[in-house]
Design a protein around this ligand. Sequence first.
Ligand SMILES: *Cc1c(COP(=O)(O)O)cnc(C)c1O
Length: 635
Amino acid sequence: MTNPWTIEDAEELYGVKRWGAGYFSIGENGSIQIAPNHRQPDVTIDMKDVVDEIISEGIQLPAVIRFHDILRSQVEILNETFAKIIEDAHYEGRYVGVFPIKVNQMREVVEEIIDAGEPYDYGLEAGSKPELMAVLAYNENPRALTILNGYKDEDYLTLALLGRQLRRKIIIVIEKFSELEMLIPLSKKLGVEPIIGLRSKMMVRSSGKWAGSSGERAKFGLSITEIINVIELLKRENMLHCAKLLHFHIGSQLADIRKIKEAVSEGARLYAKLIQMGVELEYLDIGGGLGIDYDGTSSTTDSSRNYSTEEYVADVVYGVKQICDLEQVPHPNLVSESGRAITAHHSCVVTNIVGEIKNTGASFDISASADEHILVTNMRELVNSADLHPQERYNDAASFKQSAYEAFKLGILSLEEMAKLDTMYWQILTEIHHSIDRETFVFQELEELEDMLASQYLCNFSIFQSAADTWAIGQVLPIVPITRLDERPAVRCSIVDITCDSDGKLSKYIEGTSISDNIPMHTLRKGEEYHVGMFLTGAYQDVMGDMHNLFGRLTEVHIYSHDDEPGDFYIEEVVPGTSAEKVLETMQYNTDFMAKTVKKCIDREVRKGTIAPREGVRWTDYYEKCLAGSTYLKV
Ligand SMILES: *Cc1c(COP(=O)(O)O)cnc(C)c1O
């Protein structure tokens, strides 16, 4: 007898609280609960209510659901943590952070962050010309910083100087010596004095996926020699007073706090030495990198982090303070460019499972026939040898199956015989799997076996659009059923998407505190939708997706919490996903022409009499309706 399934078991399996950062949990009713506002932990939203409302409004899944309150909470938590630790440490500078919009450029996201960050003078960071154009228009707070990174041309620099004319605190971060050689004459010509930042190429090597952002061969930043040359040039041009900020960024998703401490020491030391050389720096910008515990393991794996936000902030504040005090230089204002940490939690993708692909699904009558091939007879004997050692039985089954395949290729086995062999093979594997006790019996091929027997759940979304990093860099994202969590999940499965690409699947799943090749989910019920959520997609995933198979952007649903509303939430806005028409147009198709062509062909058939006139009109309308419709599967 197995014990009854509890919510604690579900929590243990899917680790919702471990990666949920206080925002996500499993309710007693078995569905995912969200407490989106860190100041009001008692206001909770039932994810099932949200999905029900989305469906009753006629919105098709998949959809991105954004919890704006989570975004606001993350901005508040980061700013308040810095403020508190700065006060505790008697640190003499202030914290003036910026949000790097490349992490999520959605206008609504940027607006929410700016609004929530207003009281703290929280600013924006841009890394390209179009991003600069966006931040110029959206960061109007004259006390908040606008930090400009990335490679720059004359237009980029001119736009930045326009920002100075508008009295914004725009800081042009010099990544390359030649940018300064371009900036100086330009600022003299326009009569606008820039505020200049220097990006240092750091010696500390970060680890993980973004190790290339640091070290001597990093793509960005100035070496120590180049920094000295920059200072000499600024001095000669009488512009040394323009250099106000020292910047570094050693990579994203820094898993190990020790690398952060190292970088802070190096950066603070460099800052102090530059002050001693007479550069009047006011800001030390520590870049991004504050990680997210995607897999909930609090470890140094690439999808986790071994520290809390408080620890990160304390290490930065106390680390900089100690070095500045030793070097007897003033404490700089601290800037950080956390993107992932601000946005990852606020959005998720909700979708439905549209089918199951099962190796063991089909079966064929396996009874013996008079002149059957010996391989078939052998396999049947194996079916009846349940007492054989599982390992031996497994090896034999695999070897018969291989021989059968060879025989089939040579024309020795018939299709019927192959079908029988196949049916028996899967039957044996399933029996072996059920018979072995996972706890006490270690079977070398157990994982292989589980993987082979796992179902594939066909999920209505595109990995390439909604979870690019799971494919590109092996990032782990939590995937959890929205409901039925009070029920034992009885099927091991992997999640495959609807693109025509065999890479279109998730290959790493959170199972307890480890990572598995597949994940337990619930049995699909006829006539009932099974909804799953992919969580922590708010950083990069939301905006990096590509057009593989022309699926396009998902419909978005924006949620605000409100304790006067039924269910404590309301849908503030629905942004429709990209229609088939729009997606095709980005690939240079002329959809009017396409509709006309199809209509012409239908009309021709109508004239010939193969299609009835009324039916012809229906077909024409139907084609046009599909052009205007969603690219994802309708269920
Ligand atoms: C990408 C990037 C960031 C954001 O990093 P996160 O790890 O998402 O916080 C910050 N600064 C620079 C220069 C970047 O390129």
